[in-house]
Each structure stands twice: as C-alpha cells, then as structure tokens.
Design a protein around this ligand. Structure first.
Ligand code: ATP
Ligand code: MG
Length: 418
C-alpha cells in the first residue's frame, strides 16, 4: 500500500496477530474479495477498539469492489450472503456463522438523516470523509497494516472525539451525530467533550426532533451504558441537549448514584434501569419515555418498576421483608427495584452496608416454591373456580408471613382448617 494513503507525521502500529483479524472467518471474507483484485479493509469500531486494546463487537469491512462483485466473490468461496443494505452499498457476508457488513467505498452526495444519495468511489480518503469522527475513519488491511487518511490515530491517542470536516455541516446531514458525539465521548474520551463539537451540537440541538424513535432508542441505550455516561449526561444537560431528547425532568444525581450502585454490586450497566433513574419520577414520565424511545413491552416493564412502592423504599427492608419482596418480584425486578430505591434515597451513601446486604440477597438466597397447589385445594373439597385461587392465595400469604418456614404438611393442615 502506498505510504501517501496515510496522514503524515505519526507512526501507525500494526494490528497483525489480533484475534479478530487472524480468525478464519475474517481472513476468508477478506481473501474472497481480494481474490477479485479489489482492496478490502476493516473499518470503524473494530479498528478503533483494536488500537485501544478494547473489546470489539461487530466487524465492518470496506472495499473497492462493487456490491454485485462482493456477492459474486463471496458466493464463489461458499460464503453466506444477505443483501441487507444494497441501496447503500452494503452486503452482509456470513462466514462461520459470523456476519460481516461489507460496504463499497462511497461518498454521500446528499444526506437526509439515515437516508443518503450515494456515489461509489475507489478513493479511501473520500470514503473516510463521509464518516462521523476521525477515530472512526481508521482502516486495517488483511495483513494488519493500519491506514489513516484523516489523522484519526492522533485523536485516538489523545482520546479526542472530533468531527470530520465542519462539525455543523456534518450534524445537519444527520442529527443522530449529536447523540453519537456524546456516546463516543462517553465511551472513549478522558476529558471534557471536544469544544468545537460541543458548540455545534449545542447550536443545532433542535434538529434532534427530526430523528426517528428507533434511532434515538438505539443510540441513547449505548450512551446511557457507556463508561462515562454520568459525565456525558451532565454535559448534555448543561447544554440543553438532554431536554431535546428526554421528555422528563432529568435527575442526574439519581442517575449518577445508580451507576455507582451497579458498579458496587457487580451488575452490568442496565440501559432501561438507567433511563428510569434519570427520567421516571411519575407514571406519566414512564409513559412519555416509553413513547419517545419506542420501548419494547419488557423495557416498559422496567420503566414502570420505578413508580412502584418497592422502588421507593427510604430505608433498607428487614431481612424478612426483603425475602418476601424477592419471592414476589423475582430476582431481576427485585434487584432493579432496590437499586432504584437506594439511588433515590439521596441521604444514604450508596456504600451503606445495610443496603448492600439486601441488594445482594439474590446471590445467597433463592425463594422456595409454594409447596401446595390448586389440586391440593380441590382435594380438600373446594370446587373448581375462583375459590381455588383465593384459598391458595390466602395460604401463600400466611406462608410468606411465616418467612417461608412451614412445609407442605403444615400448609395442607392450614388449608384444611381454612
Ligand atoms: P460500535 O459498533 O463499537 O458501537 P462503530 O464505530 O463500529 O462502533 P457503527 O455504528 O457500527 O459504529 O458504525 C460503523 C462505522 O460507520 C462508524 O465507525 C463510522 O465510521 C460510520 N458511521 C456509522 N454511523 C454513522 C453516522 N450516523 N454518520 C457518519 N458515519 C457513521
Ligand atoms: Mg460497529
């Protein structure tokens, strides 16, 4: 590869030997396209994270081959093909069950949000310039050589998330880039957001209203769970950007405490729980957020938890009531509810040992199953119908009040007596 293809002034490391690059699947896909005489390079997150030594998710690939050529060459090597985004030059090639998004080098002639009128090119620098941030415009060929047409590596070393070209123009092309700016800053930056980017995002924030709910949902989920989400949310709030995407009065302190509680009690970052901490103070908030982010039923359930009594405890429950709560909520909702309770109990330190004890209860105690059932109730003369459920419910309530102590015989006796 010619050296001129790189931004001058800095030595680029090699990614040769990285597991994702030397894997059979990646090598097969890249080799298949190279076999047609084309250039092919990994791009985006995989190169950026590879260079930072961070875990990678999916592998995106850029190539000089036209989409129909990618399809032909992949099929010739018995690789799977899905014509996912053909109108944008993207073909999904599947090797060893791993999908690779292969996109022909392109320039966006006219961008209108997610949709763009595109033109293919064979110039890597042109392809780089349509991308959002300099650290996302790094490429890596099959031998592990890194290609950096726009100086992204220097920004990566400085952990600086910087727009490619004029920030304001790039944002007007696609307002999602405002959220991506904060998301990538939250994931990778060490310091304050880049000033130029921040000013442009602040000035153009009204454009966020044009985004589809699905895109907001997807990007905010990543933002809320990023390493420095707390700082990003503070910056967004401080610049009027949070208000443009969050139809609720934000609670940055509750949000920050929740992230601390998750870290202390080894829970993975939980996007919906974080959203609930940030924005759900009333049931109307839960509805508004559910609508604005077009959440799934399951996600809606998490938002709704925030307004239940179990998420508003001001002091830690006794060991006995904690067990009763765990029995009725199940471990996931139990953990979430108590984490929200503590996050909202602002006068309590998040390292409070009494709260720690109840928060970790599911790790040491599993709720037993009620040792009697409907058949037992009917065997004691209760006719089938609502009465069965009611009798079962009464005996269950008694059993919980006894801290799950009574066994089957005692419960049967209780049923007989009831
Ligand atoms: P990760 O997958 O780890 O979240 P990524 O950088 O791979 O990060 P993707 O959303 O998968 O992010 O996008 C792949 C690449 O496509 C990006 O690195 C960037 O170069 C480009 N890209 C994606 N979305 C946009 C956008 N809205 N505007 C400009 N470029 C984009
Ligand atoms: Mg990616």
């Amino acid at each position: 590869m010619p050296a001129s293809d790189n931004f001058p002034g800095i030595d680029l490391p090699s990614l040769a030997g990285e597991a994702w690059l030397s894997s059979q699947a990646t090598q097969r896909v890249m080799a298949a396209i190279e076999a047609g005489g084309y250039q092919v390079r990994a791009v985006g997150g995989v190169v950026r994270n590879g260079l930072m030594g961070l875990p990678i998710t999916d592998i995106d690939i850029a190539t000089t081959a036209m989409p129909q050529e990618v399809i032909r060459l992949a099929r010739a090597e018995n690789l799977g093909v899905a014509e996912t985004g053909l109108q944008y030059g993207t073909v999904t090639v599947i090797a060893e069950h791993h999908p690779f998004e292969v996109t022909t080098l392109r320039r966006d002639v006219e961008s209108h949000g997610r949709h763009a009128t595109i033109a293919f090119t064979d110039d890597w620098a042109v392809d780089a310039r349509r991308r959002d941030f300099t650290m996302n415009a790094l490429y890596c060929d099959r031998a592990g050589r890194v290609h950096d047409p726009l100086g992204g590596y220097a920004d990566l070393l400085a952990r600086r998330v910087r727009f490619i070209g004029e920030a304001a123009d790039r944002i007007r092309e696609d307002y999602l880039r405002i959220l991506r700016f904060f998301r990538f800053t939250a994931q990778y930056a060490r310091d304050e957001p880049d000033t130029v980017g921040l000013v442009a995002c602040t000035r153009l924030r009204e454009g966020l209203a044009q985004l589809s709910k699905e895109r907001i949902h997807q990007e905010m989920t990543r933002l809320l769970t990023a390493r420095r989400a707390v700082e990003a949310i503070d910056a967004m709030q401080g610049h009027g950007i949070l208000a443009a995407v969050l139809p609720a009065a934000p609670r940055p302190t509750v949000f920050s405490r929740l992230t601390g509680i998750e870290a202390a009690f080894t829970r993975k970052p939980d996007a919906m729980l974080r959203l609930a901490a940030l924005g759900v103070a009333t049931s109307e908030d839960a509805s508004r957020l559910a609508r604005a982010f077009k959440v799934s039923r399951e996600e809606r359930g998490v938002l709704d938890l925030a307004v239940r009594d179990s998420a508003r405890l001001t002091s830690p429950p006794s060991a006995k009531s904690a067990r009763a709560l765990l029995y009725s909520l199940g471990p996931d909702s139990y953990r979430r509810s108590l984490a929200l309770s503590l996050a909202c109990a602002l006068e309590r330190p998040i390292s409070d040992p009494a709260w720690g004890e109840v928060l970790t209860l599911p790790e040491g105690w599993t709720a037993p199953k009620l040792p009697v059932n409907g058949a037992d109730v009917m065997a004691r003369g209760v006719p089938a119908g609502r009465a069965v459920g009611e009798a079962l419910h009464r005996v269950e309530a008694w059993w919980i009040a006894q801290d799950f102590g009574p066994g089957r015989d005692e419960l049967l006796a209780k049923l007989a007596g009831a």
